[in-house]
Write a protein that binds this ligand. Sequence first.
Ligand code: NAD
Ligand code: WQD
Length: 338
Amino acid sequence: MQKILVTGGAGYIGSHAVVELQQAGYQPVIVDNFSNSQESALVGIESILGTAVPIYRIDCADEAALRGVFQAEKDIAGVIHFAAFKAVGESVAKPLAYYQNNLGSLLALLAVMPEFGVDKLVFSSSCTVYGIPDALPVTEATPTKKATSPYGATKQMAEDILTDVAAAGGPRTILLRYFNPIGAHESAKIGELPLGVPNNLVPFITQTAAGIREKLTVYGTDYDTPDGSCIRDYIHVVDLAKAHVVAVRRLLDGPAADRVETFNVGTGRGNTVLEVVRTFEEVSGQKLNVLLGPRRPGDVPAIYADATKAAEVLGFKTETSLADSLASSWKWQLSLSE
Ligand code: NAD
Ligand code: WQD
């Protein structure tokens, strides 16, 4: 089995990718410092797979520690780099921590990988690189806009660094620009574990339905959209995880291609906040206490993916509806209070 190093593999998306990788016949090896995850994710992964996955509890930005992992594992075939801080608001308050962690972990990887002849990399990028797009849906050729947060800046800088390094003979790289991941594994053994008050819509919805939050505020109903609320492309996290498997397969066994390839990973479908709320109420049978509130500063009014390139080049298509994705989020929320 080919070994894939998964940095941030105990996190929300990483844990689902670890499961899909193993089930597709790869051997995932996790690197995580649990700065934004919990050991319980490893229990969930083991319970789904029926086997433990190797884990190194190190800071990915610690080059010497990372070197130790490559030395111990010997034959790593490729890397998926999830490890990063991801809270947009926090990044405005603590920019240095974001630059240090998100760029430091990437630079350490890029320094160590060639020492061990590892030259395949999948990177977690984000639709945040498109800023407020001029036209919808966004394709990979849609121009990127100046980042509005240090978090977004780290993703743009990382894309630029990877492009420059690949051009100079560095790893062949696939940049995956995720849209909005939601939901959880159907087993409800792994899922999102937001620390404190969630920033993202769906965890806020499920916590409101569970009585942890008093009400959900819809941030803005006066946008130029069919019902006035913002539009996003909500992708089920297991679909997103599977995109990593096909990306890894392309790097390891696919045809020769550009040294850096970029793919949107979304459903190609845009839904408003109010549609998400209504769909959640339908699938869960829970009535949400909803306040129609003012706009949240910095929000993108509407964005969704043109998913054609991933379909044509990677053969990747999402399989899960919004309703099923939200049902899995609710099942996960209920499992947390058991
Ligand atoms: P997450 O916080 O759940 O997972 C990230 C994991 O990386 C955590 O387990 C954390 O402990 C670990 N980590 C962070 N810094 C580390 C370091 N220096 N060394 C070792 N481990 C470290 O986040 P997620 O939602 O799973 O996101 C994964 C990646 O996808 C991130 O790069 C994120 O920026 C990107 N992304 C996420 C979203 C989203 O909405 N969730 C959207 C687009 C892109
Ligand atoms: C979705 C929609 C809110 C909470 C963020 C990052 C982005 C990317 C994905 C990593 C918006 C509305 C939310 C609430 C609401 N992450 N909302 N009430 O803003 O698309 O993007 O996560 O790369 O970089 O910025 O996601 O889940 O915060 O919001 O009405 O309590 O839900 O206004 O329209 P967003 P989100």
